[in-house]
Design a protein around this ligand. Structure first.
Ligand SMILES: C[S@@+](CC[C@H](N)C(=O)[O-])C[C@H]1O[C@@H](n2cnc3c(N)ncnc32)[C@H](O)[C@@H]1O
Length: 343
C-alpha cells in the first residue's frame, strides 16, 4: 500500500502537512523553507526573487508551521502586491496529465519550457522530463507541505517579476490549484491580468482512468471527491446520495487513505443504497505511471477492496450507471445510439 506521502494535490495536507513528527518537519524546513527565492534547486543565477523589502514575502513559509504540528498558520496569506516593486511576470497553472511524459500536452511542455521557475509538489516535479526541468532557472518543490503555501510561493515569485509555472497532476481545474491561485492573487490585491495568469489544461484522472477501463464515461458523468480536508463528510455524503440515485456514471477521486477509511466505507454503503450490487466498477491505480493497476469488479465487492493495494490516494474509481455493462474485460456505458439505430 502506498503511504500517505504519495498523496496528490489537496491530499498532501490531509495526510502529512502540519507534520506530526519532528523529523517530517525537519525534512520540510530543509528542503522548502523558501520565501520567494530560496528554492530547493537552483539551476540558474539570474532569477528575480523577493519582495521589495528583505522579508516582506512572509506568507510562503512552507514548513514553518510544521514543527509544532499546527498547519493552520500556513493558511495565512503574507505579502501583498504593495510589497513588490518589480513588473509582475506570467503565472501559468499547468496540468501534467496522468503521469508519463507522453501524456503531457505539447502546450504543457511549451509552457514549462518557457517558465523561469517551476513550482509544485515533489511527486509532480519528478514527473516532468529532465530535459524540461533542466531548462528552468529554479525548481521549487515541497514534499509534503500544503497547497496554500506552495501556491502563494508561486504567486510571490510571479509578483517579484519571474515567469512561473505551478504544476499539478491531471488538469489544474479538477480538484486542483487553478482556483486557489486566482483566490490568493485577489487576496493580495492583484488581478489575474496584472500577472498574465493562464491555465494550461491536462488530461484529468477520470479520463485517463476511463481510457484504461474501456468506455465507461460516454454518457453523463459526475465526479465526487472523498477528501474531507476541505468539504465536511456530511456534505460529501449528501452529494453522493444525490448523484448515486440519478443515472450518472460516477468517478470517485481521493477514495482512500489511512485517515479516510471510514469515508470510503460510508461511500460504498451509500452507493449500495441506490445501485445494484452487480453494478460494474472500474478501479485504476496510478494511471500512466509505473505502478499502474487496473481492475473491473462489482459494487458489492468494492468495500472489501478498500484494504487492498489497488485503492489508495492515486486511485480513481469509476462506478457505472444502471446501463453500464462489462464486455470482454471492458466497461461499456451505452451513449444511447442503440435506441435510435439498429446495429
Ligand atoms: C487532488 S486530486 C487531483 C486531480 C487532478 N487535478 C486531475 O485532474 O486528475 C487527486 C486525485 O486524483 C486522482 N488521480 C490523480 N492522478 C491519478 C492517476 N495517475 N491515476 C488514478 N487516479 C489519479 C486520485 O483519485 C487522486 O486521489
Amino acid at each position: 500500500m502506498s503511504t500517505d506521502t504519495d498523496a496528490d494535490a489537496d491530499d498532501e495536507s490531509t495526510s502529512k502537512c502540519g507534520a506530526s513528527s519532528v523529523s517530517e518537519a525537519e525534512t520540510e524546513s530543509s528542503s522548502s523553507g523558501s520565501k520567494c527565492g530560496a528554492s530547493s534547486s537552483e539551476t540558474g543565477d539570474d532569477s528575480k526573487c523577493g519582495a521589495s523589502s528583505s522579508d516582506s514575502s512572509s506568507g510562503s513559509k512552507c514548513g514553518a508551521s510544521s514543527s509544532d504540528g499546527d498547519s493552520s498558520n500556513e493558511q495565512e496569506v503574507g505579502a501583498t502586491i504593495d510589497d513588490f516593486d518589480a513588473d509582475p511576470g506570467q503565472l501559468t497553472a499547468v496540468g501534467l496529465g496522468p503521469g508519463h511524459a507522453e501524456g503531457m500536452t505539447e502546450r504543457a511542455k511549451t509552457a514549462l519550457l518557457e517558465a523561469e521557475h517551476i513550482v509544485g509538489y515533489t511527486t509532480y516535479i519528478d514527473l516532468i522530463p529532465d530535459e524540461i526541468t533542466e531548462q528552468a532557472d529554479e525548481l521549487y518543490d515541497t514534499p509534503m507541505c500544503g497547497e496554500v503555501s506552495r501556491t502563494e510561493e508561486a504567486i510571490d515569485r510571479t509578483l517579484a517579476g519571474n515567469d512561473v509555472a505551478i504544476v499539478g497532476s491531471g488538469d489544474p481545474n479538477v480538484y486542483a490549484l487553478a482556483g486557489l491561485a486566482l483566490e490568493i492573487l485577489e487576496s493580495k490585491g492583484a488581478t489575474a491580468t496584472m500577472v498574465d495568469f493562464d491555465v494550461v489544461p491536462g488530461v484529468p484522472a477520470a479520463q485517463s482512468c476511463g481510457a484504461r477501463l474501456g468506455a465507461p464515461l460516454v454518457n453523463d458523468t459526475v465526479s465526487v471527491s472523498l477528501s474531507d480536508h476541505l468539504v465536511p463528510m456530511p456534505e460529501i455524503e449528501s452529494r453522493l446520495h444525490a448523484v448515486a440515485k440519478e443515472s450518472f456514471t460516477i468517478t470517485i477521486y481521493n477514495p482512500w487513505s489511512r485517515k479516510r477509511r471510514e469515508n470510503f466505507q460510508k461511500c460504498c454503503e451509500i452507493l449500495l443504497t441506490h445501485r445494484d450490487e452487480g453494478t460494474p466498477v472500474g478501479i485504476v491505480h496510478g494511471a500512466g505511471r509505473e505502478d499502474e493497476r487496473v481492475m473491473i469488479t462489482e459494487l458489492g465487492e468494492l468495500e472489501d477492496l478498500g484494504e487492498s493495494e489497488i485503492i489508495d490516494m492515486t486511485t480513481t474509481i469509476v462506478v457505472g450507471n444502471e446501463e453500464t455493462y462489462v464486455w470482454d474485460d471492458r466497461m461499456v456505458t451505452p451513449r444511447g445510439y442503440e435506441t435510435k439505430y439498429d446495429y
